[in-house]
Design a protein. Structure first.
Length: 94
């Protein structure tokens, strides 16, 4: 199976990497992307938790900007770039 890998990441510092088969190179890059996705998910979850209080019953209703911010955080992994360069939404004022 042929795979295209165009994320600009060389396999460096891995002994024997120059001898990787095409499948091994692909598998390596898939693993790197998954590690990046997990880091993004953790940061996303932290940012969501930081704003959970916005939806508490004893606080004013969330503004449209607050709702949009939280939705953007939830959607951030839907179009995850393989480079891992995520553009985070800007948190609105409380």
């Amino acid at each position: 199976m042929k795979h295209e890998i165009d994320d600009g990441l060389p396999i460096i510092g891995i002994p024997g990497a120059e001898n990787f088969t095409e499948q091994e190179r692909y598998d390596f890059h898939v693993g790197v992307v998954e590690i990046r996705k997990n880091a993004v998910r953790q940061e996303r979850n932290r940012r969501l938790a930081e704003t959970d209080w916005w939806g508490a019953p004893d606080t004013p209703p969330m503004t449209d900007a607050q709702k949009a911010y939280r939705q953007a955080l939830r959607d951030i992994t839907n179009n995850f770039p393989s480079s891992g360069q995520v553009i985070w939404p800007v948190k609105p004022a409380n």
